[in-house]
Design a protein around this ligand. Structure first.
Ligand SMILES: [Zn+2]
Ligand SMILES: [Zn+2]
Length: 449
């Protein structure tokens, strides 16, 4: 589908059912269809009442009405179209007693603030602070889980995914508590507010739910295969874990021209989908057991040179790239569980099976804090194996999100196959339950219907 300018596409196509009622300062304003939904504001925000899925004590989150504060500076007000239910947040939504940073059953201090759940979103800009340059009212934007200011120490050193100008701030109130957004503003709300460092305008009419995959999991998976260690053509790639992150890495490796892509995944329907999206072979880690590492090494040996003769280009052992996207189980899945619920085993296997001059990219989270992986000291110190860590894998959002959108539009990246199941804001908990169960690839909440 061809890309169009925001002026011709966004307001009619994207603001579903929103009737344009006024034009002020070059920006359209509209009224939403839901009775209580706020009209588009280009000016004052203070006092607006919007619904948001918030967590404000150790019990489960709920949909509540919050009252917005005034904006300023580089703030961007976004009417949320869709927000993906990230697996890493399922605990907060589904486990009573869980409090982020404290774990389950720990004493929880009296709540002083509430957090809108969700890791970034896609939506339409409704209002901007006076210093905003990147986006305009009416723009469609992806809000990134991670800010990228382009100016700080780490942004200037090619790790925009670790930007230190990542600020969460209070933009609403609820029952005397401050309301902040989770990562990327927390998209489980009718409206959210982020600094412009979290936004990237996207000039496309792709379905919102599909675009919401980009904010967190998609950025991570694409970054893992294309940013810090771009997969080279004719290479051997192993992807451990074919969830939303791994499935994005598989497709990115295919687009970059890898010749062999081996996906390791315990869930049958995910292995089958991986084969459709670019994996050339799939392995079930439960079935392979202790033989998994050697089997993959054998599958990746002498594939390019077609010989093990060392003076004829042969002799390497193992894949050129290993991308790990497993992580610890937050909850017991309702599908096939992997061999290690802590996620430590695949982390170790990834290191072990990677070629001695290969690159090992790790993206996962959720392992127990006291768990360890082991490397032979001499090999770790003096070997030539690269390790690239970081849950966003070096993704350069300002550069890579427009690329991502283009790849989807041209059909090079199949996002339809990863299209989330859609839920209303009132069913946000169900979306997280689906993510926890792993009975579907992805779930997304569409707060404005
Ligand atoms: Zn996330
Ligand atoms: Zn920065």
């Amino acid at each position: 589908m061809a890309s169009k300018t925001s002026g011709s596409v966004s307001r009619r196509t994207l603001l579903k059912g929103g009737a344009i009622v006024a034009v002020a300062g070059g920006a359209a304003a509209y009224l939403g269809t839901r009775g209580g939904a706020p009209a588009l504001h280009t000016g004052a925000q203070a006092g607006r009442r919007v619904l948001a899925y918030i967590k404000y004590r150790s019990e489960l989150p709920s949909v509540e009405e919050v009252v917005m504060r005034e904006i300023g500076g580089r703030d961007v007000v976004i009417r949320v179209e869709a927000c993906q239910a990230c697996y890493s947040s399922v605990t907060a939504s589904l486990v009573p007693g869980y409090h982020a940073g404290l774990g389950v059953g720990q004493p929880v201090p009296a709540p002083t603030r509430a957090t809108i759940q969700g890791h970034g979103c896609v939506g339409i800009v409704e209002a901007i602070g006076p210093q905003v340059q990147k986006v305009q009212v009416g723009d469609r934007v992806v809000t990134c889980q991670q800010a990228q200011c382009g100016a700080c120490y780490v942004c200037l050193r090619k790790r925009g995914d670790q930007c230190i100008n990542d600020q969460r701030f209070t933009f609403a109130d609820f029952n005397g508590m401050e309301v902040i957004g989770s990562l990327g503003g927390g998209g489980m709300a009718e409206v959210t507010v982020v600094p412009e460092e979290h936004t990237v305008p996207v000039f496309t009419d792709l379905p919102a739910a599909q675009l919401s995959n980009i904010s967190c999991v998609g950025s991570c998976g694409m970054g893992a295969a294309s940013t810090m260690s771009p997969v080279e053509m004719a290479s051997d790639v192993v992807v451990l874990g074919a969830g939303a992150v791994g499935m994005t890495a598989i497709q990115t490796a295919r687009i970059r021209g890898a010749s062999q892509i081996i996906a390791v995944e315990p869930i049958r329907y995910r292995r089958e989908l991986a084969l459709k999206l670019g994996a050339t072979a799939v392995l079930d880690p439960n079935a392979e057991g202790d033989g998994l590492v050697q089997k993959i090494k054998d599958m990746c040996t002498s594939k390019i040179a077609k010989t093990d003769r060392r003076f004829a280009g042969g002799g390497y052992v193992g894949p050129d790239y290993v991308i790990e996207a497993v992580g610890g189980d937050r909850m017991k899945p309702k599908t096939e569980a992997g061999p290690d619920p802590t996620g430590v085993l695949p982390l170790q296997q990834g290191w072990d099976l990677c070629s001695s001059v290969g690159t090992y990219v790790t993206t996962s989270i959720g392992q127990p804090w006291d768990a360890h992986v082991q490397f032979p000291a001499a090999n770790w110190s003096d070997g030539a194996k690269h390790h690239i860590p970081g849950s966003m894998a070096g993704f350069n959002s300002r550069r890579d999100i427009p690329r991502f959108v283009r790849l989807i539009e041209t059909g090079q990246f199949d996002m339809k196959a990863l299209a989330p199941k859609e839920f209303s804001l009132n069913r946000t908990k169900d979306a997280f339950q689906l993510a926890a169960d792993r009975t579907s690839m992805v779930a997304a909440v569409l707060p404005n219907g």
